[in-house]
Design a protein around this ligand. Structure first.
Ligand SMILES: C[S@@+](CC[C@H](N)C(=O)[O-])C[C@H]1O[C@@H](n2cnc3c(N)ncnc32)[C@H](O)[C@@H]1O
Length: 351
């Protein structure tokens, strides 16, 4: 296929996912208003903001396309979608909705089934984030998670995750004396493994590691990552506040969509731990939601996010100074980028 045709296919496909996400949200909101009406806390989004948002999405897709053209990662990654999960679990998302509406209406934010073991987790974690049934602690939640995130971001979640790949690849160049097979990369709070999959495609020879608190999400990550030929990333259940690794062990550490789900103190603890395990000369890359400091015009959307989803720490996150936190831990030379509704902090540990 010619480049122009491939690009058009990619853009059209992404746009269809965006429309699909929008249609799902409209339909599910109408259904909720019909079956289980509740107080609407969402602020209407002005049309000029929606236009700006569309512009940002188009820019994200352009950068994604360009990075593939520049061989940061293979073009095939642009078309990597969890199809099997979509056909298997999309109906489950609809079946789960009435429970979600009821929990949201009753303001039940820490509701877990009896068979779910909630012992030993930090209390801030034992939550129905996004009103999810059994929070992050069931296999069904892990199976539906990627689809839910795709719907939320109109099919652009992976394109946002991929924005860590160019700075990651670039930063590893300082380790000229370390063979590619001996470069170690850790993804903190790896969830279902989609970021690790993208990293594996970008750095086929590197030693990859992933940690998360959820055994169910790690099982799902293992299922996804074991389909890829080559060395299997090492997955470990661990609290990111106490990483089970030696000091100065990793050439790079990444973390995607974690920080907005942590209270301030835990946010600092995780950053301190990431500093501890990063090698001098190494990099720590965060991808998370935009904040007020970089995107004040999107305040109504950020407001809607914590009002309508259960995101107990997001309001604090919106104005938290992550650069200050990174510097406090010891990181230097911190670069910030924004793509669509995500921001990126690329922080270095000096030699
Ligand atoms: C929004 S999800 C992001 C998952 C994944 N990084 C992604 O890109 O989809 C947040 C993840 O953080 C994990 N998590 C939350 N608090 C954690 C902690 N203190 N230590 C380790 N993992 C944590 C959750 O289990 C969940 O998998």
């Amino acid at each position: 296929m010619s480049d122009t045709l491939t690009k058009l296919t990619y853009q059209t496909f992404q746009q269809s996912k965006n429309y699909f996400g929008l249609a799902h949200k409209i339909l599910s909101t109408r259904l909720m208003n019909l079956i289980s009406p509740s107080e609407n806390k969402a602020t209407p989004i002005p049309s000029e903001i929606l236009l700006k948002l569309q512009g940002r999405l188009n820019n994200l897709l352009e950068v994604d396309w360009q990075d593939a053209q520049n061989d940061v990662y293979p073009e095939s990654l642009l078309f990597d979608n969890p199809w099997e999960d979509f056909f298997k679990y999309y109906p489950m998302i609809w079946f789960d909705l009435p429970q979600i509406w009821e929990r949201a209406k009753q303001k039940n934010y820490q509701e877990f089934s009896r068979e779910i073991n909630i012992e030993g987790y930090p209390s801030y974690y034992v939550q129905n984030f996004h009103h999810q049934t059994n929070g992050y602690l069931s296999d069904l939640s892990a199976n539906m998670y990627d689809l839910q995130v795709e719907i939320l971001f109109g099919g652009s979640a992976d394109a946002m995750r991929r924005r860590i790949l160019a700075p990651l690849k670039e930063s590893l160049k300082v380790f000229t004396d370390v063979p590619p097979t001996q470069r170690r990369v850790l993804d903190v709070a790896c969830g279902t493994g989609r970021t690790l999959k993208a990293i594996r495609n970008t750095l086929p020879q590197a030693s990859l590691y992933g940690t998360d608190l959820s055994p169910a999400y790690l099982r799902k990550a293992n299922e996804l990552l074991s389909q890829i030929p080559g060395e299997l990333p090492q997955l470990l259940q661990a609290n990111a506040e106490e990483l089970p690794y030696l000091d100065n062990y990793f050439h790079a550490v990444t973390s995607v969509f974690l920080f907005h789900e942590l209270p301030g103190v835990a946010r600092q603890n995780v950053i301190n731990e990431c500093f501890r395990v990063t090698k001098p000369g190494g990099v720590f890359i965060i991808c998370d939601s935009i904040q007020m400091s970089d995107s004040p015009e999107f305040e109504p959307m950020m407001h809607n996010f914590y009002e309508t989803f259960h995101e107990p720490y997001y309001r604090h996150y919106m104005t938290d100074n992550l650069v200050e936190r990174l510097e406090k831990a010891g990181f230097e030379n911190i670069e910030t980028q924004v793509h669509f509704v995500s921001k990126y902090l690329i922080a270095h540990k000096s030699v």
